[in-house]
Design a protein around this ligand. Structure first.
Ligand code: ZN
Length: 432
């Protein structure tokens, strides 16, 4: 430390301690207290339903919860006695900067400005929040640069409403792989929708750049996309070696970040699992050996089942049907083998605000409704390393609370019509 710095610190120190003292003695700002009367309260941990429970919310946190909890004097009361109340939902695979129309025709990176896409993303985030999703892991901005960071920060500052966002900025891919513009004139220069990195050094540098500009998660394309899948043997394009994955995971670890790998199956998926990524995305072509490895290593699986089911006649190809059939089989096997399945949808590829359709699909494929709800609450909170803050309605956690009519344990479709949404103690949607 040089002399001017020392002088500066000495001068600053008394003022600093005076400030601390003032803070310590300042009266604590009165926090708003809210009491939520629940018809029945669903606990996703054990699947129990408690009748007439009351949740006391102080500021942004849950203070108390239970059937005999008294309502403090002066508390604002929210009457949800006609509803089933449960923790705010977590979607662990979203794209707020992607809209359904972006999936058809010319890519949005060519037709839309980043400013316009950001405005669309703000509207999308609100829709997803109002559908009951209070936390999203947004796994890449689909060519909209760092706009996900901007939207996350604007939500956190209270400028716009939206879920709590964990964002991964630009995904890392290889030249010619997934998230490359395809079929364009090589003589013109067009920005690519992801970060192209063709060596371990380049991947490491890209992780650093993304963290520097605000990434909470790192997204790695370990396999290509559907156009790369070999129709003869359903082999996906492997994009990374084991050493590549290790390099990315280790660099992410330096910054306390985790890695999500887009991986359908094959070598790319195996390398992703062995290389230590925290979650495998999609995975419709995973084999038994990979599922076993995931159980052993505690790798999470975010299947995003619904998005692969064709909705347009031109998508309903034989290859697509085989992929969907494999996805269903892998899902059933993964449940039997005890893979940690987390709820994720790829919303953006379809209408924002409709992510609950994935619950219906999971149950249709044989999952118990309580397990589907768990995958979008406690299990997702573990994936995000936020199990102390979100995922259940317990004292000390963020007051993320939603309510639906009916009983989602009997009819999972009830989650498609969320009547009440509170995030961190703020009400964003209430019954009319
Ligand atoms: Zn996705």
């Amino acid at each position: 430390m040089n002399v001017p710095q020392l002088i500066f610190l000495r001068r600053l120190a008394p003022a600093f301690f005076a400030c601390l003292l003032a803070l310590a003695s300042a009266p604590v700002q009165a926090e708003e207290v809210t009491a939520i009367r629940c018809g029945q309260l669903l606990n996703p941990v054990d699947g129990s339903l408690t009748r007439n429970a009351v949740i006391i919310v102080r500021g942004d946190r849950i203070e108390q919860v239970g059937p005999d909890t008294p309502v403090p004097a002066g508390a604002q009361v929210i009457d949800l006695s006609a509803y089933t109340v449960l923790p705010g939902l977590i979607d662990s695979h979203t794209h707020i900067l992607l809209q359904p129309e972006d999936e058809r025709g010319t890519p949005p990176i060519i037709t839309k400005s980043q400013a316009f896409r950001t405005v669309q993303g703000v509207a999308a985030a609100r829709k997803d929040l109002e559908a009951g999703f209070t936390t999203l892991r947004d796994v890449d901005s689909e060519g909209a640069g760092f706009a996900d960071v901007a939207i996350r920060d604007a939500i956190n500052k209270g400028i716009v409403p939206g879920p709590r966002l964990l964002v991964s900025t630009l995904a890392i891919t290889i030249t010619g792989g997934h998230m490359n513009n395809a079929g364009l004139n090589p003589d013109i220069s067009v920005p690519e929708p992801a970060a192209l990195a063709d060596s371990q050094d380049a991947m490491v540098a890209e992780v650093r750049r993304q963290v520097k500009y605000g990434a909470d998660w790192i997204k790695l394309y370990a396999t290509g996309t559907l156009r790369h899948v070999d129709a003869a043997n359903l082999e996906p394009l492997g994009q990374v070696s084991l050493e590549d994955v290790k390099a990315v995971v280790n660099e992410a670890k330096r910054w306390h970040r985790d890695v999500a790998a887009h991986a359908y199956g094959g070598d790319g998926a195996r390398n992703a699992i062995l290389g230590g990524v925290r979650s495998i995305e999609h995975g419709m072509l995973l084999d038994d050996e990979m599922l076993k490895l995931m159980v052993e290593r505690g790798t999470y699986w975010c299947p995003t089942l619904s998005v692969y089911i064709p909705t347009e006649p031109e998508d309903d190809t034989e290859l697509q049907r085989r992929i969907v059939a494999s996805h269903k089989e892998v899902f059933k096997k993964a449940m039997r083998m005890g893979v940690k399945i987390v709820f994720g949808t790829d919303v953006g590829a379809f209408e924002h605000g409709t992510s609950a359709r994935e619950f219906v699909r999971m149950v249709e494929y044989g999952m118990q409704p309580i397990d589907a709800i768990r995958s979008a609450t406690v299990r997702s909170s573990e994936l995000l390393r936020m199990e102390r803050q979100i995922g259940t309605i317990e004292p000390g956690k963020f007051a993320d609370v939603i309510a639906v009519e009916g009983n989602p344990l009997q009819d999972i479709g009830a989650l498609s019509h969320v009547s009440f949404v509170m995030k961190a103690g703020q009400v964003y949607k209430a019954p009319r």
